[in-house]
Design a protein around this ligand. Sequence first.
Ligand SMILES: [Mg+2]
Length: 351
Amino acid sequence: MDSSLPIKRSHSESKESSPLNSASDETLQTASGDEHQEDDEMVRESLSLDVVWRGNERYPLRIPKYATVLSIKALLEELTGVDAESQKLLGLVRGQLPRDHDTLAGLGVSSGTKVRLLGTPPSDRLQPRSHWEPVEEPGQAGRSHVLSTDWAERLRRLVAETEVRVLNAPRPGRKLVVLDLDYTLLDCKNVTGNVADMARPGLHEFLAAVYPHYDLIVWSQTRWHIVESKITLLGMLTHPHYKITTALDISSMLTVHVLRNGREVDHQVKPLEFIWSRFPEYYGPHNTVHVDDLSRNFALNWQNGLKIRAFRRADSSPRADTELYKLARYLLQISALPSFEALDHVKWQGR
Ligand SMILES: [Mg+2]
């Protein structure tokens, strides 16, 4: 799992001294002004690609110039089902195939370039692919009871054997928010063609607002290059007002056998103990909030779980979604507490 995406990092430091009590609104407003600028910049710095697959399927994309070939393949994998590894993109560079870590800017690709995608989707394309995060159906939101007795031992092995890439060092004295990606921070399945539109409204304002008080870890039930591509395309690794501590993928998840709504099933969970074991001097049950649209991911850490409504661009008015603004206020309200262990995050919206 070698990461070959060149990541442009900003060296500007965020202001980390915003006093909690002068509260969230001010922080949010400041971040919001900056965000419009960021958005404008992202649009100016992006270019359009006209991708054609199988002769007549067209995917008009608007992609940041700093995107790598691999991140475009990851996006096309979401849209077409063709594995990124088996894709060939013709037309980006005359007469040759670009390398995965080349950027559009580095290749000198101009806006409006026509690109031909070669690749065949897996024959079981109609089956849900394993890295697709299944949607939690209504009525399934009840807490599951873990029946597995060997999960602690398997988790110990997972912690010992799984590589974690620290993008930015944990900061002393900060609390931790663990963030799911799909349908929590973005909707990748309904792209309008403009990558900036994948983001949930308020994404960067939210991250910038909580960053002074919380370290940020992204955790997504997919393969590493998809996780990295999504957060790179959205500008989450280069934003001047927050930094991501690390991003975890499906390889850090654990399968457990549970009793759920009277049925015994196996499913994967995101065990926070994985993070707590890796960074014991920084994070623990007392200072971690785990935000996810799938509550079953909380099965080993119910108390830390905060379920957020799933965000889908297919909804009639995606721009009306205000969950991340509300979540920022909640996290800032509780950020001064010495421990979160007495909180019931089920009531987060009513606080
Ligand atoms: Mg999700």
